[in-house]
Design a protein around this ligand. Structure first.
Ligand SMILES: Nc1nc2c(ncn2[C@@H]2O[C@H](COP(=O)(O)OP(=O)(O)O)[C@@H](O)[C@H]2O)c(=O)[nH]1
Ligand SMILES: [Mg+2]
Length: 433
């Protein structure tokens, strides 16, 4: 049985009732009779009734639909384009909409006549007519996505991801820690991602890396962050490298990218957007070990600004990607800020990869920048909140685990002669003498 709602209408209504909709009754399938609707849907908990006339979609949300006395107001709604008009009415049960509560009605449905009659006050607020004939009527149960059962599942998954990452060992034991470079436009959420990952392992939200700060000034340093498991625990098997962002103006110098990838750029290096690092620089790492190199690159994008990326930015990202591929490195995409996307609710984060608005963003990135759909991972960073959120943690940890696996692919594929880079460099230096 399929609903007649479009996905956009369904999302809007999910936002209205803050829950998932599960279809209980459809008049064209179960019969246009008040008794069959009431028999199926009465006392089912929070319920949404949707009526389809030839040119309107409207109905009612009944937050309490049970045997106890109802004290929570019901809500009438009507779509007007993509907006929803709302009007609160007195508390009542579902069956009361079919004339079970005497003659004091605001919204009265007759299924066999396929007719709704509304009070004058209601039609004014919903911009409908007093009598509406309809073609279809559906009733949904509204299910809470964040109920205890779901949250227990999330907590379990969070625990297993944490332990998988704590005990992770890079492939062939070639390095102790995987270096992940965060690369992307200024303001994409790179520093916030580091803060979010650090927060999970620290056990509380921390905001170590400067976020959303001065776009041109002070924080133009290259930072490589090793994270401890707990306050005094041992270092985790990865390092997050936070570069200054790409920009049409003062941003990361494109020629710095190969140096970063190959491990020549030291922690706290002050970027110069006019000029890339050169071997003469005081802290330049002349002979980087395999440990010093980048093992996986994460391109970071804000989900809300993919469509606005300028041609210049697109060209820069494509160029950076070519450099990454040239170095034989693996890469993924982190899509941030999905939590603030239109039509996305908190509960959606549990199953975010199934959400159509997110799928559309993934397709847009694929089309615009050429990244494979399966490489585009969704994350949700801590921004202003102070409490850890297990749903966000699961998203961010899943992405991190994916990056560690990607780095393994790189290490496994590394030619034997590159697995001891320092030896090779020393040899070439000695040969030159
Ligand atoms: N809602 C939301 N905001 C985010 C997220 N990630 C980053 N932000 C916000 O985006 C802005 C830029 O983030 P920042 O980490 O400084 O970006 P960077 O320049 O790539 O390091 C800040 O205001 C952050 O709070 C996210 O996942 N969700
Ligand atoms: Mg930053």
């Amino acid at each position: 049985m399929e609903t007649r709602l479009t996905w956009k209408e369904e999302k809007k209504l999910q936002n209205l009732v803050t829950g998932k909709l599960s279809l209980l009754y459809k008049a064209s399938a179960h019969g246009f009779a008040n008794s069959s609707l009431i028999c199926r849907c009465n006392y089912q908990g929070p319920t949404l009734l949707v009526i389809y006339s030839s040119d309107h979609v409207f109905g009612s949300y009944i937050p309490r639909n049970d045997k106890n006395e109802t004290r929570v107001s019901c809500l009438l709604f009507a779509f007007e384009g993509t907006n929803i008009l709302e009007c609160k009415i007195r508390p009542q049960n579902l069956k009361d909409f079919f004339g079970h509560c005497g003659n004091k009605w605001e919204f009265l449905i007759g299924l066999s006549e396929k007719k709704v009659t509304m009070s004058l006050d209601t039609i004014k607020k919903l911009n409908l007519s007093q009598t509406m004939y309809f073609e279809e009527c559906e009733v949904f149960r509204c299910e809470d996505l964040l109920d205890t059962r779901n949250m227990n599942g999330v907590a379990e998954l969070r625990g297993s991801l944490l332990s998988a990452i704590r005990t992770y060992k890079p492939s062939r034991d070639l390095v102790h820690q995987i270096r992940i470079l965060l690369l992307g436009p200024i303001g994409a959420g790179k520093s916030s991602f580091f803060n979010s990952v650090k927060s999970v392992f620290r056990g509380h939200v921390t905001h170590q890396a400067l976020v959303g700060s001065d776009r041109t000034g002070i924080s133009q340093q290259y930072r490589t962050y090793s994270i401890k498991d707990g306050k005094d625990g041992k270092s985790l098997p990865f390092i997050l490298c936070d570069s200054v962002g790409l920009s049409e103006g003062k941003g990361l110098c494109m020629d710095d990218i190969p140096y970063i990838l190959k491990g020549h750029v030291p922690d706290r290096y002050q970027f110069n957007f006019m000029k890339p690092i050169t071997p003469g620089h005081s802290n330049y790492i002349d002979f980087p070990l395999l440990e010093d190199r980048i093992h996986c690159v994460a391109f970071v994008f804000d989900a809300n600004s993919i469509e606005q990326l300028s041609d210049e930015m697109v060209a820069k990202i494509k160029k950076a990607r070519r450099e990454v591929v040239k170095c034989g490195l693996v890469h993924v995409v982190l899509l941030t800020c999905v939590d603030s996307m239109d039509l996305i609710m908190k509960g959606d984060l549990i199953d975010i990869y199934k959400c159509i608005p997110v799928k559309l963003k993934q397709e847009e990135i694929h089309k615009k920048l050429g990244f494979a759909l399966s490489d585009i991972l969704v994350v949700s960073n801590y921004t202003s909140e102070w409490d850890l959120d297990p749903i966000k943690d699961v998203l961010n940890l899943s992405a991190l685990r994916q990056m560690l696996w990607a780095a393994d692919d790189f290490l496994e594929d590394l030619p034997l002669e590159e697995t001891a880079l320092r030896g090779k460099h020393l040899l070439s230096v000695l040969e030159k003498k």
